[in-house]
Ligand binder design. Structure first.
Ligand SMILES: C[S@@+](CC[C@H](N)C(=O)[O-])C[C@H]1O[C@@H](n2cnc3c(N)ncnc32)[C@H](O)[C@@H]1O
Length: 380
């Protein structure tokens, strides 16, 4: 529904919404009910095609729109999503009658990444089949490709090449969607009439509550600030642990430009996918921004291994710094982590500290950094 809401902002021409590999039909139903356009779903698997029909009915009823035109004129075909001419003759539509094409192809499971020719149905075949049937806007046809978040930059370039071979230079907006936790849940390419003018990339962090406000970052022209590595950690500098999905999308530079002044002198301590961390001068503009896992100022640098034996001295140092809670935010063996965190929590409980902090580790020297959060942010 979030995606359907975005698409509703554009001038989608009249006609059918086509999903040529519609699976359960849920996504198609979301678009159709929001845009109030008839849906055309095609699904190779017969049982799934039947399920799509049921889901379209259920959703049409749920949104009390059963008697609306879009539903009565919707259709699901059990067949090959590239057999456009056969389907056009069964369904009785003409070239130019399709308002929007969406494709969420099947792809191999269980592999970190996959080749473009493993997508079913294949992108080129789908474009070849449906190009004549797509209605056009002044910015070209409306197309949404739902791709795997696992696509590498090289494969994303490959997708763009295929698109350009059918619609040279068509405008495009890549969209990453995340429900948080550092994961990318969806990667989409929005083309032509549903691309955002001048915006090449967008990152959407979905709100935690249905209908709540999403957090969106957009990149107008490619920016890639030079990345400086961290040499040594210093007291009083700021440390921010970032949402891993934001870094993964390549939109982190656009975000940092908005959050930090040019004097911040950002140093990348760790660009590891799991816990990306930057060190910088001066605070973030918004340290409780949803892309911030934790942000704080280094108050202590300790040359200690993080183990149970050292918890007492860690806690003593935390108390000297007026700390009431300290979260471990560096790599620790999975079974040790809860023991260490439990010991810290127990010892700090009911003491006099007032500030929240987190503990991280300087990658090169292995020193522990105690970082105090100013002001206390929504870090959980
Ligand atoms: C990732 S799923 C689509 C999920 C869908 N977006 C939803 O909301 O449930 C991909 C679907 O493509 C179907 N498929 C694969 N090759 C196809 C083809 N040549 N024509 C039509 N459907 C195909 C698969 O059976 C599978 O159900």
């Amino acid at each position: 529904m979030t995606r359907a809401d975005y698409i509703a902002q554009f001038d989608v021409p009249s006609g059918m919404l086509l999903d040529c590999a519609c699976g359960s039909g849920i996504q198609l139903a979301a678009y159709a009910s929001r845009l109030k356009r008839p849906a055309l779903g095609i699904e190779l698997d017969h049982d799934r095609a039947v399920a799509s029909c049921l889901n379209l009915n259920t959703i049409a009823e749920r949104y009390a729109s059963f008697d609306q035109g879009w539903h009565r004129r919707s259709l699901v075909v059990a067949g090959d999503g590239t057999a456009s001419d056969d389907i056009a003759s069964i369904a009785g539509f003409e070239p130019g009658d399709i308002a929007m094409l969406m494709l969420d192809p099947a792809r191999p499971r269980n592999s970190r990444t996959h080749g473009l020719d493993e997508m079913q149905p294949n992108l080129s075949n789908v474009f070849e089949a449906w190009k004549p049937y797509l209605s056009s806007t002044s910015r070209g046809p409306c197309i949404v490709l739902d791709l795997s978040p696992r696509l590498t930059q090289e494969l994303r370039d490959g997708v763009e090449e295929i698109v350009d071979s059918f619609w040279p230079g068509i405008e495009r907006t890549w969209t990453w969607m995340s429900r948080g936790g550092g994961r990318v849940d969806r990667l989409e390419l929005w083309l032509g009439g549903v691309s955002s003018p001048g915006i090449s990339k967008r990152f959407v962090r979905l709100s935690r509550t249905f209908g709540g406000e999403d957090t969106v970052i957009e990149q107008h022209s490619p920016v890639q600030n030079p990345r400086h590595g961290l040499q040594s950690a210093r007291r009083n500098e700021w440390v921010t642990i970032l949402d891993a999905a934001l870094v993964d999308s390549g939109l982190v530079d656009a975000w940092m430009d908005a959050q930090l002044s040019s004097a911040a002198d950002v140093r990348w301590a760790e660009s590891s996918p799991r816990r990306p961390r930057i060190h910088h001068n001066g605070p973030l503009k918004d340290d409780s921004h949803p892309f911030v896992v934790a942000s704080g100022r280094v108050v202590e640098i300790l040359d200690l291994p993080l183990d149970l034996e050292n918890i007492d001295s860690l806690v003593a140092t935390a108390l000297e710094n007026d700390i009431s809670a300290m979260t471990i935010r560096c790599g620790v063996e999975a079974d040790l982590q809860p023991k260490l965190q439990g010991a810290i929590d127990r010892q700090l409980r009911n003491r006099q500290g007032r500030r929240k902090a987190f503990l991280t580790r300087h990658t090169a020297s292995n020193h522990l950094l105690i970082c105090v959060q100013y002001p206390q942010n929504g870090d959980t």
